[in-house]
Write a protein that binds this ligand. Structure first.
Ligand code: NAD
Length: 424
C-alpha cells in the first residue's frame, strides 16, 4: 500500500465529482421525487434500501407477491435498526406496489428482474401502456445492451442503464449506460440522482456487459477455468485475496447467484467467444439447485451471514466429471492469471471508446468490484509497471489461449512508452 496510490484514489473521486455531466450544466437537473423498482430480488431489495436510507420514497413490485413482502420487511427492518432515534419522525418510505401502474407513475422506474431479454421486453411492453410521459425508465441489467431493451420503450431518449453493483451497501459505483438514443437530460438527471443517494456515477457507452461486467467476467471466467483445470477452490479465491481483491471469483459467483452469472455469461460469450467461456460447471451446479447464497449453497455452503471457506463436498461431487484429474500437488495459483484478463479487457474497453478516460475504469474496479484501494487502481498499477512490464508478465501465459494475448493498444503503448493515465 502506498500513499501515492491512496492519493490517486482520492484524486479520482474528486475528478469524478467535478467532471460529471451534472456538473457541466448551468442549472441542476430537476430532482427525482419518487422511484419505482420492479424486481424485488437480491438487487431490487438492496437498491430500495439505498433509496430509503436517503429518504427517497420507493414503491416496489415483483411477479411474486412474497418477494415484495420480503423486500418491504427487509428494508423496514434495517431502517428501524439504522434509525431507531428518528424512525418516528421519518417513517420508512418503501411501500408495496398494488400493480404495475403504481410503478408507472413514479419519476424514475428501475427494472431489476431476471437477466432474460424476452422477459424484460415483455415487462417494458406492459409498463409502456400506463407510463407517465415524463418518467425516466432505467434498467439494472448486467449485460444486455440498452439498444436491445429500448425497442419496447416509446421514448428511448428517456431510457438508459442504471446499473448498481453487488453488494450495494459496500460498492458505491453506479454505471449509467447511454444507449444510442438516450438523451443528455436523462443522463444528467440520473447522475445527479446517483450522487443524492451517495453513489459514484460513471457514464459509459452501450454494448454487451457495458464496462463493469466486461471487467468482471474475465476474472470470474478465469476462476471457473482454474477450477476445471483441477486447482482447489480455496487456492483460487485466496490467490485473488492475496492480491488484495475483496472477494475471490468463486465466492463472488456465489454472492451474485450462479443463475444470474450464467445468464450474463451467455450474453458476453455470444459477443466475445474468444475470451469469455460459458462454463459447464455453472450449468451442472444450477441443475442441482445450487444457486449460491440465495439458496444457501453454491460452491460454498452459506448459513445466514456465515459461509464456509472450503468447497462444499456436495459441490465437489457435482463438479467431479468436469474437473481435469491432476497428478501430485498443483502449483500455486498466480494472481496474474486472474488479474491480467481484467487488464486486457480494460485496454479493449478504452480502445473502443466505451469510457471517456482511463480514470473511469479505475473508478469502476475500485468502487464496483472490490479492487484494493491500496493499489490505486488497475490502470494506475499498469502504469507503475509500464506497458513493457505488462507484456513481460503476459508472455508466459500467452499459450493458455487468445484471452492472454497482448492487445494492440498495449503493444503500441510498449513501443511508444506511453501510459494509460493522460496528463492530469
Ligand atoms: P434475483 O433472482 O435475486 O431476483 C429477480 C426477481 O425478479 C425475482 O424476485 C423474480 O420474482 C422477479 N421477476 C422475474 N420476472 C418478473 C417479471 N416479469 N415481473 C416482475 N418481477 C419479475 O435477481 P437479481 O440478482 O436481483 O438480479 C436482477 C437484475 O439485476 C438482473 O438483470 C441482473 O443481471 C442485475 N444485476 C445483478 C447483480 C447481482 O450481483 N446479482 C448485480 C448487478 C445487476
Amino acid at each position: 500500500m502506498s500513499n501515492a496510490a491512496i492519493e490517486n484514489v482520492r484524486r479520482l473521486v474528486e475528478w469524478n465529482r467535478q467532471s460529471g455531466p451534472d456538473a457541466q450544466r448551468s442549472a441542476p437537473p430537476p430532482e427525482i421525487g419518487s422511484v419505482g423498482i420492479i424486481g424485488a430480488g437480491i438487487m431490487g431489495t438492496a437498491i430500495a434500501e439505498a433509496h430509503a436510507s436517503h429518504l427517497v420514497p420507493v414503491v416496489i413490485h415483483d411477479a411474486e407477491p412474497t418477494a415484495i413482502a420480503d423486500a418491504v420487511a427487509a428494508v423496514s427492518k434495517n431502517w428501524g435498526k439504522a434509525r431507531s432515534d428518528h424512525s418516528r419522525e421519518n417513517p420508512c418510505r418503501v411501500t408495496a406496489a398494488k400493480n404495475i401502474s403504481d410503478i408507472a407513475r413514479c419519476d424514475l422506474i428501475l427494472e431489476s428482474i431476471v437477466e432474460i431479454l424476452a422477459v424484460k421486453l415483455r415487462l417494458f411492453e406492459e409498463l409502456q401502456t400506463t407510463l407517465n410521459e415524463t418518467s425516466i425508465v432505467s434498467t439494472n441489467t448486467s449485460t444486455i445492451p440498452i439498444h436491445r431493451l429500448a425497442s419496447g420503450i416509446s421514448d428511448p431518449a428517456r431510457f438508459c442503464g442504471f446499473h448498481f453493483c453487488h453488494p450495494v451497501q459496500e460498492r458505491p459505483l453506479v454505471e449509467i449506460v447511454q444507449g444510442p438514443q438516450t438523451g443528455k437530460d436523462t443522463i444528467a438527471a440520473l447522475t445527479a440522482h446517483a450522487r443524492r443517494i451517495d453513489r459514484i456515477p460513471i457514464v459509459v457507452q452501450d454494448g454487451p456487459g457495458f464496462v463493469v461486467n466486461r471487467l468482471l467476467f474475465p476474472y470470474l471466467a478465469e476462476g471457473l477455468e482454474l477450477l476445471r483445470e483441477g486447482y482447489p477452490a480455496e487456492a483460487i479465491d485466496s490467490a485473488a485475496r492475496d492480491y488484495g481483491m475483496a472477494v475471490g471469483p468463486l465466492r463472488m459467483i456465489d454472492e451474485i447467484g450462479l443463475d444470474t452469472t450464467l445468464q450474463a455469461a451467455w450474453v458476453l460469450a455470444a459477443s466475445f467467444p474468444d475470451r469469455i467461456l460459458s462454463s459447464p460447471l455453472l450449468v451442472s451446479m444450477i441443475k442441482a439447485g445450487r444457486l449460491g447464497r440465495k439458496t444457501g449453497a453454491g460452491f460454498f455452503s452459506h448459513e445466514g451471514a456465515k459461509s464456509s471457506d472450503v468447497l462444499d463436498p456436495k459441490a465437489e461431487e457435482i463438479l467431479l466429471p468436469w474437473v481435469e484429474s491432476t497428478q501430485g500437488p498443483q502449483p500455486k495459483v498466480a494472481p496474474a492469471r486472474l488479474m491480467l484478463p481484467m487488464l486486457l479487457e480494460a485496454s479493449r474497453i478504452l480502445e473502443e471508446g466505451k469510457v471517456r478516460d482511463a480514470r473511469d475504469i479505475d473508478l469502476a474496479v475500485l468502487f464496483g468490484l472490490g479492487y484494493p484501494t491500496g493499489k490505486g487502481g488497475l490502470l494506475y498499477q499498469a502504469d507503475m509497471l509500464g506497458a513493457e512490464g505488462v507484456l513481460t508478465l503476459l508472455s508466459p501465459l500467452e499459450t493458455i489461449g487468445p484471452r492472454f494475448q497482448a492487445t494492440p493498444m498495449l503493444q503500441s503503448m510498449a513501443k511508444s512508452g506511453s501510459v494509460f493515465y493522460g496528463k492530469p
